[in-house]
Design a protein around this ligand. Sequence first.
Ligand code: HPA
Length: 278
Amino acid sequence: MRESQLSRLERAHASIESRVGAHCEIAIMLGSGLGQIGEAVEDAVRIPYAEIADFPVSTAPGHRGELIFGMLHGRRVAVMQGRLHLYEGWSPRDIALAVYLLKRLGATTLIVTNAAGGLNPDYRAGEVMLIEDHLNFTGLNPLVSVNDEAIGLRFPDMSRAYDPDLLRSASQAAGRAEVPVRHGIYAGVLGPSLETSAERRFLRGSGADAVGMSTVMEVIAAAHAGLPVLGISAITNQATGGPDQAVDTVEAVLANAVRCGEKIAPLLCELLPALPSR
Ligand code: HPA
C-alpha cells in the first residue's frame, strides 16, 4: 500500500512550522512567468522547496521554487513562487501535497494562476482569463490511491470546483482595477510537448477556451481538502490550431506571461482586501 499523504503532509508541515510564524489566510500559486507577483510580498520569509521535508522541487523555466510567507495588500499570504508540473515527472500526489500543506498552514482560499494558450479565437496573447471550470485531459488524478479520510472524502464533489463567490469577487475586483478579463474553461493537459493543431481544435470543440499544463491536479486536491479556489489564466499565446497558427516558443510565452502579470497584480491588489476572512 502507498504511504499515506497524511504522513507526508505531517513531515512537510513539521519541517517548516517553526519558521512560518502566524498562519496564512490566502495561498497563491504563481504560474510560469508570473513569479514577479511574489516580489511584492512584505516582511517576506522565503523557504526554498528543497528545505521542506518530502516536498517536490520545481524545475520548470520561469519558476523559482520558494514558498514565501508575508503580507500582501494587507492579507497574510503564502505564495508558491514556482509551480510543480506533471511534465517534470512529479506524480499527481506530489502536486496535491503542496495544496494540503497550504491548507494545513491556515489557507482558507487558494488562488491558482497559470500560463495558458488561448483556444478561443477571440482571445489574444496578453489577456487574462478567470477560470469558470476545467476539463482534465491529463488522464490522471491525485486522489487515485487509498483515501486519506482525515484530508477529505473518497468522492469529492467537483460541481463548483472554482468557487462562484470568489469568481464574482475577482470579476468585480478586475472592474475596479480596470483590467479587462475573460471568463472561460481551462483544459489541463500533461505536456510537455505543446498540442498538435488537431488537438487544439479538438479541445476547443470540447468547450475549452484555454489550454495549459498545470492547475487541474491542484484544484482536485483543493476540492478534496475543502479549500475554495479562484483560478486565473494568463493567455500567453494563441492556440487555435487554425491555418494561421503561429509556432510557439517558450520565450514568447514567458514574455507574454510577464505582460499578463502586470494585469494580474493590480487585480490582486483590489481583490485581496475584499476577500472574506474565513
Ligand atoms: N499549451 C499548453 N500549455 C501552455 C500553452 C499552450 O499553448 N501556453 C502556455 N502554456
